[in-house]
Design a protein around this ligand. Structure first.
Ligand code: ZN
Length: 374
């Protein structure tokens, strides 16, 4: 009998909606919450296990199932749960995938089932109101210490500001929503809630690194920033659909890591730098947590004269890591070297992804900015 019941649960996985994790979309879930009636992946089941008051989990393949539990799963399932628990997710709200950090996935699951934020819109005020203020731990530019700073986000002013002192009248920085990006970087920042916020100042990228001890607060900040970007873009591009705008609200980097580079004359010695590929912007830093880049390179498309080559020119001088990459731009060649072959392949793949994509009209304007940089 136990065998038949398990087979019945396994068959439910074939039903529409149940072939992917209800929470992160990973394929072939083989765990289930038998109190919520959803099929989930192993990783999400670990998060559900921490919320026992709303979710109880079982392995589809290994645990024994009672008749009533099988019936409950059959009468619910992922599509039904989505219709209930995700009925009012704001368009701008970030829906994590399997590759996102633990914090984003955990807060998504808690927001859905524990706090039921997406069935009760009044609970969305912390990120939907168009104004948010509070304290975040911000990494100091010079000594690397995290200090408590007051942050204010106002959609009306189209800006995120922070203040060095609680009673300060003038903000230390005003970050325009127009050019702002936020991306979780727990490993780099060394905190599970670490968020990197970048903005443009005089067309150069600036970084700040922040966190809040409370996971909900941090993810609410992240979604408040996305909401502000969404409303800014709705005004800037009145004809655009939500589906066009949502991918532009925040972005993760295509790739980051150490490489060695030489200077424009290519006779300077190779130096180890931290590189970040952010869409078409390749930036390099002395330290991964530097406030601003040592240099930024625009990577256009092959139609406009950009090429990525394996290896370095035979004439390359000086000691360097063994696995080379040459980036050819209309202005010059950039010689880069990776420590391992797998890193080299991953970087080449990231560069080619960008070079193979035709440039959009607005990207020509960005390219022109780079050319006129002093
Ligand atoms: Zn999952």
């Amino acid at each position: 009998m136990a065998k038949e019941r398990r087979r019945a649960v396994l068959e439910l996985l074939q039903r529409p909606g149940n072939a992917h994790c209800a929470d992160c979309g990973a394929p072939d879930p083989d765990w289930a919450s038998y109190t919520l009636g959803v099929f989930i992946c192993l990783s999400c089941s670990g998060i559900h296990r921490n919320i026992p008051q709303v979710s109880k989990v079982k392995s589809v393949r290994l645990d024994t199932w009672e008749e009533a539990q099988v019936e409950f799963m059959a009468s619910h399932g992922n599509n039904a749960a989505r219709a209930t628990y995700e009925s009012k997710v704001p368009s701008f709200y970030y829906r994590p995938t399997a590759s996102d950090c633990q914090l984003l996935r955990e807060q998504w699951i808690r927001a859905k089932y524990e706090r039921q934020e997406f069935t009760r819109p009044e609970k969305q005020e912390p990120y939907s109101a168009g104004y948010r203020e509070g304290f975040l731990w911000k990494r100091g530019r010079d000594n690397g210490q995290f200090l408590s700073r007051k942050f204010v986000l106002t959609e009306r002013e189209g800006a995120l500001k922070y203040f060095n002192r609680n009673d300060a009248k003038e903000p230390k920085a005003v970050m325009k929503i127009e050019h702002l990006n936020a991306t979780f970087q727990p490993a780099k920042i060394g905190h599970p809630h670490g968020l990197q916020v970048t903005y443009l100042k005089d067309n150069s990228t600036r970084n700040i690194f922040v966190y809040h001890e409370d996971g909900k607060e941090m993810v609410d900040w992240f979604n408040a920033l996305r909401a502000a970007r969404f409303h800014y873009l709705q005004v800037a591009f009145p004809g655009a659909s939500d589906a066009d705008l949502v991918p532009k609200l925040s972005r993760n980097y295509l790739k980051e890591g150490y490489m060695e580079k030489t200077g424009p004359k290519q006779t300077e010695g190779f130096r180890k730098r931290w590189f970040t590929m952010d869409d078409r912007r390749l930036m390099y830093f002395k330290d991964p947590l530097d406030a601003f880049a040592r240099g930024e390179v625009f990577i256009g498309s092959k139609e406009s004269g950009y090429t990525v080559l394996d290896g370095l020119p035979p004439s390359t001088q000086g000691h360097h890591w063994p696995h080379g990459i040459t980036i050819v731009t209309p202005e010059r060649k950039f010689l880069l070297a990776c420590e391992t072959e797998s890193e080299q392949r991953a970087w080449v793949e990231a560069f080619r992804k960008v070079v193979d994509r035709p440039m959009l009209p607005q990207e020509y304007a960005v390219e022109a900015h780079f050319k006129h940089k002093p």
